[in-house]
Write a new protein. Structure first.
Length: 248
């Protein structure tokens, strides 16, 4: 239960108070609960879409996106902005990229990345609501939150200190592999559109991993946050586009 509470506290704005400082093993085990936290977020979004379905779609799409961001405290968006700034400002240099990534200031490229991702999400949410595909809101937060499992299992964590380094050391590899595989398979619930979305998610995640290794030799907390946001937005957009071309 402690591992679940750690995941809930870290990934959401829910007022979770841990009675004791978690161990490194518990922090690593919390990674296994990330998809469950994603499902909780998805259930809240699904409930909102269902309860407020009488509202104009444009208004409801905005409400859902705002609640989606609020539930996560903008944690992953912060990682996305830092990663975008570092990628452009680093000029291909590993050390410069890592240094910029630690800078709390958000540059113009970081701001632009946030605008692009939020616009993609809002547009896709609008179409999903217009098509009344409310249950699909359960899928995307789950898929995005298995991205850290894949990255920690397959990629070196480049910073020597901090939460990420202990997770990389103590992550339960077999459990994480099984959970990642099961969550990916669940996309098949949405028939061929879900299967193709799952494959696009995996391809996007693999490409991001390749670019992280190419530039900085592995991953950091910021690149993991960026991966969550990017795979979430790409999966959401892919599902919407496929819904116009693929027969369920």
């Amino acid at each position: 239960m402690t591992a679940f509470l750690i995941a809930l506290q870290f990934l959401t704005t829910f007022p979770i108070q841990l009675k004791v400082m978690p161990s490194q093993q518990q922090n690593a085990q919390s990674l296994l609960w990330y998809p469950v936290v994603g499902l909780i977020i998805g259930l809240i979004l699904f409930a909102l879409a269902t309860l407020l379905h009488a509202l104009p779609v444009i208004l409801l799409a905005s409400i859902i996106l705002i609640i989606w961001i609020w539930l996560t405290g903008g944690l992953h968006l912060d990682g996305l902005a830092d990663t975008a700034d570092a990628w452009v400002g680093g000029f291909g240099d590993k050390e410069r990229t890592l240094k910029i990534m630690k800078d709390p200031a958000c540059g113009p490229i970081g701001v632009l990345s946030l605008i692009i991702v939020c616009l993609m999400k809002w547009s896709a949410i609008y179409v999903l609501l217009e098509k009344q595909l409310y249950t699909t809101l359960l899928l995307f937060p789950v898929l995005a939150r298995v991205a850290p499992l894949f990255l920690f299992l397959t990629t070196t964590y480049v910073r020597e200190k901090g939460l990420g380094s202990s997770i990389a050391e103590f992550i339960p590899k077999i459990g994480a592999s099984l959970i990642f595989s099961l969550c990916l398979i669940t996309s098949a619930y949405f028939a061929w559109i879900g299967v193709l979305t799952g494959l696009i998610f995996l391809a996007t995640l693999s490409y991001l991993r390749y670019k992280f290794i190419q530039r900085i030799g592995g991953i950091t907390g910021d690149t993991i946050g960026a991966s969550i946001e990017i795979t979430e937005a790409v999966s959401l957009l892919s599902f919407v586009i496929l819904s116009f071309y693929v027969v369920s």
